[in-house]
Write a protein that binds this ligand. Structure first.
Ligand SMILES: [Fe+2]
Length: 365
């Protein structure tokens, strides 16, 4: 009987211990749950704050976007007025910039005489250098009418910028009219034919090398056109030995040097030890293609000087990073056969000879 009572007591104690253990565990769980709940409440508060902050931010941004839309509309309206102004100026420019026929006639005579008195040089390839190509006043008029830098477009880390004549972009009316008249009335009408006469003895040989002897004489006689751009170069500009795009027959460079400009920043002409031709129509760089060449002549950058050469003469230019002079201007033009006439002639060539001209043939189907 005593053993039975003891057994019940032990069972009771065990039960109590078990109940205590469970109660403690439940307390611990409740405490942990309390902690989690507190953390969740804190997190929820933080999230609500973040959300409110983001909402305020997005409202500010929306207001900013709306403000910028307003500004953009204003700028667009101003731009439209500027474009209309430029167009109106161009349309009425003849009223302001009437060219003086006697001035033009004097310039024409001067240019013709300068080219007649020049000498075609053969080494390192057919070229000519003519000083005082324009009457002094005509040259300074071109310098004065140079478009401001904002109207030049460029690349090569802003060391190479161009202003293309007869381009679509905005330009001051005086710049456009004076420079375009120069290109039309002097370059196309006078310089181009006079240079073609001067280079006539070597043009057939140039085409014989490019397309073979059969059609070379015909190619040399194709009708030509001339077009150009004003080139603005900054220190750091480098252009290695190259030929200009294949379509061009003669390149002309009018140096737009000003008093104090350094004559060193002209043009290098290269001699090449072996026969070579450009494989495609684009500018062709000799050195990357493993064609060895050496500087044979340095043409100095002088005011009112023109350098012209047949597009078989490798040439290049350097305007070093550390140059004291900060800008170098030149006007460059290409004399080239008119596209339609050139394509007609190229179609007579055998397929392998047409290959380097594929681009022009493809654009004139
Ligand atoms: Fe060139």
């Amino acid at each position: 009987m005593i053993r039975g009572a003891l057994g019940r007591l032990v069972g009771l104690e065990g039960l109590r211990a078990w109940v205590r253990g469970q109660t403690k565990a439940i307390h611990e769980d409740v405490t942990a749950a309390d902690k989690h709940a507190t953390a969740a409440v804190t997190l929820a508060k933080t999230l609500r704050k973040d959300l409110a902050r983001e909402e305020r931010k997005s409202q500010t941004l929306a207001a900013e976007v709306e403000r910028q839309h307003g500004q953009l509309a204003e700028v667009s309206a101003r731009l439209a007025r500027l474009e209309a102004l430029a167009k109106a100026n161009d349309q009425t420019s003849a009223l302001v910039f009437r060219s003086d026929p006697s001035d033009l006639a004097a310039t024409v005579r001067h240019v013709r005489l300068a080219i007649q008195n020049s000498v075609l040089e053969r080494e390192p390839g057919p070229h000519v250098i003519i000083d005082n190509i324009l009457p002094e006043a005509a040259y300074h008029r071109l310098l004065s009418a140079m478009p401001p830098l904002e109207f030049f477009d460029g690349g090569a880390e802003h060391t190479k910028l161009d202003f293309r004549l007869f381009g679509e972009g905005l330009a001051p009316t005086a710049s456009r009219v004076i420079w375009e008249a120069f290109e039309t009335e002097i370059v196309e009408e006078v310089l181009m034919p006079a240079l073609l006469d001067l280079f006539a003895p070597v043009l057939e040989a140039h085409y014989a090398h490019l397309i073979g002897p059969e059609l070379a004489a015909e190619a040399a006689q194709l009708p030509k056109r001339a077009s150009g751009r004003i080139m603005y170069r900054r220190p750091g500009f480098h252009q290695g030995a190259h030929l200009d795009p294949k379509r061009s027959l003669i390149t002309g460079l009018l140096y737009l040097a000003r008093p104090g400009d350094n004559p060193e920043y002209g043009t290098q002409l290269y001699s090449v030890d072996r026969s070579f031709t450009a494989p495609s129509m684009t500018t062709y760089y000799l050195e990357p293609d493993g064609v060895p060449c050496q500087v044979a002549k340095r043409v100095e950058y002088r005011p009112n000087r023109i350098l012209a050469f047949v597009n078989s003469v490798a040439h290049g230019a350097d305007f070093p990073e550390d140059a004291k002079q900060r800008e170098r201007y030149a006007y460059q033009f290409y004399v080239k056969p008119k596209d339609g006439a050139l394509v007609k002639l190229l179609r007579k060539l055998p397929a392998d000879k047409q290959e380097p001209w594929r681009a022009v043939l493809a654009s004139h189907r």
